[in-house]
Design a protein around this ligand. Structure first.
Ligand code: NAP
Length: 685
């Protein structure tokens, strides 16, 4: 079956590899601007068990059998597709019907594509080109090095279920999809009914492109039905929405019984704090004012990260209120497709009513300072004017607990920093707080005081303001989530969220077995001598291929020459008496870098060959001092290979040990090189 985004009454689902019509008597969704009903969503008649089974049996093998780099390449291609103007234009058009301005749509659509591109890039840089990754260092468990352990991460055999809130239909979907796909899991996406039509359009673009493997992404446009009853311990659930719904999901009996991994991102009463010394007239005061206005009006305040509470030193409350009201005066609320409109509508009439109710509740402890701004004459649209309140009772619970999920913020005075920290904490856990000031003492005290209540803290001062990504923008490389009321979950944060979808397993055994399992050489594993390994191209080279070099005596003259030549005349290399007094050296020692240089002289293969470059060293330690007269040799072993797609070469890390005449390790490190593929392979000439 097929159809386009708006052609059926009930939105279609994409399940079991095809588009399937939505059920009857679904929940209506509307155009936020006109109030016109656009269609319905219903998952009645959808077999949730079959969808989960399809994800496990078709999607999971297809995704988890790809290497991290292959998954990253797919994410990159999907991200680029979504940024294509021809693809974006219809999505932007639909986004307008959710009440979004084009700036709001940019955050949602381009921002979502940006998350894919960031994860794609990180996959190539931070993950091996493999389906398994070694996590951390080898742990020796016996004195004779015959027994040890490594931790590995592997893909689970299940599915990632993603239940999304209505406000960022595209970004909210892709910020969950990217890390779970990279972790090797297929996704079942359940968007919120109000904006499922936009999520569906984005899924249609992605699915139609054929870029994803079968079963990697399924979409349910309607209620979750008994979806959660079909999950088990290999699956994960990522929920975004209100704290109340989050609590229902978290306490779902089957999720508890099967220990299903659940992440919740819930609502949060986020804060911005103007520091005591950021008085009117300072750059930071102006930045605070601008950020409050931007957070109130972007996406009409329907952002989980939006500033709900603005903390201001008592003395500056009136000035801050006046400045914000003045800035709000230039906001034009209305149909987002009308030229000049700077703030759109809430998603629908029910949301408008919820926001008006929340303003009513807040007004029991705060006075409305302004409801300025011009509103378009669209009576059925879900428009609410930006509303600034000022707390009359800063300790009232309502101020710190009611989320008006719209263009609403409350200014709250505080007496001193310790009171500010206390009041911020009354939000009981938030996604983000931002601090405005240039006094490092004040900022450090505040940041340290509130950090435990937040997933992210943004410190704003004049020096970084132009480059700042802003209070309300979660970034793919930084943790998004917060403790307590914010849901207690963590998403994004670069590889942190990828790893949260994977199983970490401690594998114990002999070094040889651990090398075979993890794919990374561990000391003690028998090595292979194929001649000089620098003569082997990437494809001939195997983990464990090794070279033991000739030896070389390090002389007094070598050390003196190196000192003079480089200018490194540190006493331990030059002054016999001072070196003798050193509790570490007890006499003249060679420079560590001299030892490394001699090692390179021992292990390089001079003629032009497959080794293209040495791009660094990792984990270098000078384990035993090298003294004049010591005779050192090098054992160099291929530790890890990472093919770089299409470049004609791959990265090879070499376990390198410089060993002295007593068998002691003088230096240990990984040499990092680029090694050419065999001609014709992976793009090699
Ligand atoms: P919501 O009403 O809690 O709904 C969120 C999602 O949960 C929807 O897809 C909803 O779909 C689904 N749902 C409802 N009941 C369910 C149940 N019993 N089992 C499984 N799923 C269920 O939230 P919303 O109104 O869409 O979004 C607004 C809220 O989300 C705000 O409070 C905002 O702060 C929060 N939010 C948080 C973040 C964050 O990252 N922390 C981001 C965005 C929004 P159905 O109605 O079809 O069931």
């Amino acid at each position: 079956m097929s159809g386009d985004a708006m052609s059926t009454t009930a939105l279609q689902h994409f399940v079991l590899g095809e588009w399937v019509d939505g059920g009857a008597d679904g929940q209506p969704y509307v155009d936020a601007v006109t109030g016109e009903q656009l269609g319905t969503t219903s998952s009645v008649g959808i077999d949730m068990g079959a969808i989960v089974d399809y994800a496990r049996t078709v999607g999971n093998p297809a995704v988890s059998s790809l290497t991290f780099h292959e998954r990253g390449t797919i994410l990159r291609n999907v991200g680029k597709l979504l940024l294509d103007d021809a693809v974006k234009a219809p999505l932007y058009e639909l986004s307008t019907r959710t009440g979004a301005t084009s700036k709001d749509s940019w955050i949602d659509i381009d921002g979502g594509a940006g998350v894919l591109l960031t994860y794609a890039s990180k996959a190539r840089k931070e993950l091996p080109n493999s389906t398994i990754m070694v996590d951390g260092a080898y742990e020796p468990l016996s004195r004779d090095d015959s027994f040890g352990a490594v931790h590995v991460r592997t893909s689970r055999s299940g599915v990632a279920v993603q239940i999304n809130a209505y406000n960022f239909a595209v970004w909210g979907m892709l910020e969950k999809f990217a890390p779970s796909f990279l972790a090797g899991l297929p996704s079942i996406v359940k968007p919120a009914p109000q904006t499922a039509f936009l999520a569906q359009a984005a899924v249609r673009v992605i699915v139609d492109s054929g870029l994803l493997p079968d079963g990697a992404l399924q979409l349910i446009c309607g209620g979750p039905g008994d979806l959660l009853d079909h999950l088990d311990g290999q699956d994960s659930v990522a929920f975004t929405g209100s704290a109340a719904t989050g609590a229902i999901v978290k306490s779902h009996p089957n999720l508890i019984a099967k220990s299903v991994h659940v992440t919740t991102e819930a609502d949060s009463i986020n804060s911005a704090v103007l520091t005591p010394s950021a008085a009117p007239g300072t750059a930071e005061f102006d930045l605070f004012v601008a950020e409050i206005v931007s957070e109130m009006t972007t996406k009409a305040g329907q952002k989980c990260t939006a500033i709900r509470r603005g903390f201001v030193p008592e003395a500056h409350l009136d000035a801050a209120g006046t400045a914000i009201v003045e800035a709000l005066g230039s906001v034009i609320v209305g149909n987002p497709s009308t030229q000049g409109v700077t703030m759109g509508a809430l998603v629908d009439g029910s949301q408008k009513q919820r926001v008006l109710d929340a303003i009513g509740e807040l007004s029991t402890a705060a006075a409305v300072v302004s409801t300025g701004a011009h509103i378009d004459d669209l009576p059925k649209g879900a428009f609410v004017a930006p509303t600034l309140l000022a707390a009359t009772d800063r300790h009232a619970d309502v101020i710190h607990s009611v989320e008006a999920f719209g263009p609403v913020a409350t200014l709250i005075p505080y007496a001193d920093i310790s009171e500010a920290i206390d009041l911020v904490g009354r939000g009981e856990g938030s996604l983000v707080a931002s601090l405005y000031g240039s006094d490092v003492g004040e900022i450090a005290e505040l940041a340290r005081g509130i950090a435990s209540h937040h997933g992210r803290v943004l410190v704003v001062d004049e020096t970084m303001a132009a480059a700042s990504t802003g209070h309300g923008s979660p970034l793919p490389m930084l943790t998004h989530g917060g403790p307590g009321r914010a849901g207690g979950g963590e998403e994004l944060g670069g590889m942190r969220s990828v790893f949260s979808h994977m199983q970490r397993t401690a594998i114990q055994g002999s070094p040889a077995m651990l090398t075979a399992i993890g794919g990374e050489y561990i000391t003690g594993t028998p090595t292979t001598d194929k001649g000089h390994p620098f003569k082997l191209n990437f494809d001939e080279l195997a983990v464990g291929d090794s070279l033991t070099t000739e030896s070389r005596v390090v002389t007094d003259e070598d050390i003196a020459h190196f000192a003079e030549f480089t200018g490194d005349t540190f006493y331990a290399h030059m002054d016999e008496e001072a070196a003798a007094r050193s509790p570490i050296f007890g006499g003249i020692v060679a420079h560590g870098y001299l030892v490394l240089s001699f090692a390179a002289g021992l292990f390089v293969d001079p003629p032009e060959g497959p080794v293209l470059a040495n791009y660094g060293i990792d984990r270098c330690r000078f384990a035993t001092p090298t003294r004049p007269g010591d005779e050192v040799h090098v054992v160099l072993t291929c530790k890890r290979k990472t093919q770089l797609d299409g470049r004609g070469y791959g990265e090879v890390a070499w376990d390198t040990k410089v060993i002295n005449q007593n068998g002691e390790v003088a230096a240990v490190y990984d040499v990092l090189t680029m090694v050419a593929n065999a001609p014709g392979i992976n793009g090699a000439a």
